[in-house]
Design a protein around this ligand. Structure first.
Ligand code: CTP
Ligand code: CA
Length: 227
């Protein structure tokens, strides 16, 4: 049997997806990071590839297998993630699902910081990391036609997410509630509100389901957008 090949509605579309955390070194053995399993970003990369897109996945350190058929670029820091994303442009679509560390240490120690017994606690000076989503949303001629971000919020979820969409200049924001009692972090389920406009009229609510289900819903929404 030759088998029936799946339809490829995103054939010819180039996509860059960010996923996972970034690690910002304090010294050779310690780092600053956000919580992120990478499950949602990796599932999105897989769904888009299954739909025929040419996908580059820029991933921080995660304990997940590479999605099949996807080009994976592994990075550690936010600055390296930005460089890898810019290197993957031009693209038709950019999706920032990574939990980028907002700050890095201003000066990384070359050697392991030691507890020397004096009780002196290191005073970490922080610098702000580049905002990858905002940078590519405002990239002028090299801006992908459809730029999508996430907003992980613990309260006033859609309100904060709508403000975030405007501030960053992206087209869509997928708002998710990451309050501790939701189990979203590290879990296999997610619940999303897709925000694509300045008021709630255009909001689309996707019920709590697997991260794979959310990835497929996003993929279907992207296919609809381009059809
Ligand atoms: N993001 C990014 N680069 C950063 C910070 C965030 O690309 N340095 C992206 C994330 O991948 C996500 C979106 O921006 O798609 C929102 O991230 P979030 O942490 O919710 O927003 P921040 O603007 O960092 O605001 P805050 O953490 O204060 O809520
Ligand atoms: Ca942040």
């Amino acid at each position: 049997l030759g088998g029936v090949s799946a339809p490829k509605p995103l054939a010819g579309k180039k996509v860059v997806v960010t996923s996972g955390p970034t690690h910002e070194p304090i010294d050779p053995v310690r780092y600053i990071a956000n919580r992120s399993s990478g499950k949602q970003g990796h599932a999105i990369a897989q769904a888009l590839s299954n739909a025929g897109a040419d996908v580059t996945l820029v991933s921080g350190p995660v304990a997940l297998p590479d999605p099949a058929g996807v080009k994976v670029v592994r990075i550690e820091t936010a600055r390296d993630m930005l460089a890898a994303v810019q290197n993957a442009l031009p693209a038709d679509i950019a999706i920032c699902a990574a939990a980028v560390a907002d700050w890095r240490t201003a000066d990384e120690a070359g050697q392991k910081l030691k507890k020397d017994g004096s009780g002196v606690i290191p005073d970490l000076k922080l610098s702000e990391n580049p905002d990858i989503l905002a940078t590519i949303s405002q990239a002028g001629a090299s801006r992908p036609g459809l730029v999508i971000g996430f907003a992980a919020e613990t309260e006033k979820v859609t309100e904060h997410a709508r403000a975030k969409r405007a501030r960053k200049g992206c087209d869509w924001i997928l708002a998710n509630d990451v309050a501790p009692d939701t189990g979203t972090f590290g879990g296999d389920q997610n619940e999303i509100c897709l925000i694509s406009g300045d008021d709630a009229k255009s909001d689309e609510h996707w019920s709590r389901q697997s991260k794979t289900g959310i990835a497929e819903a996003l993929c279907a929404r992207i296919i609809k957008h381009f059809s």
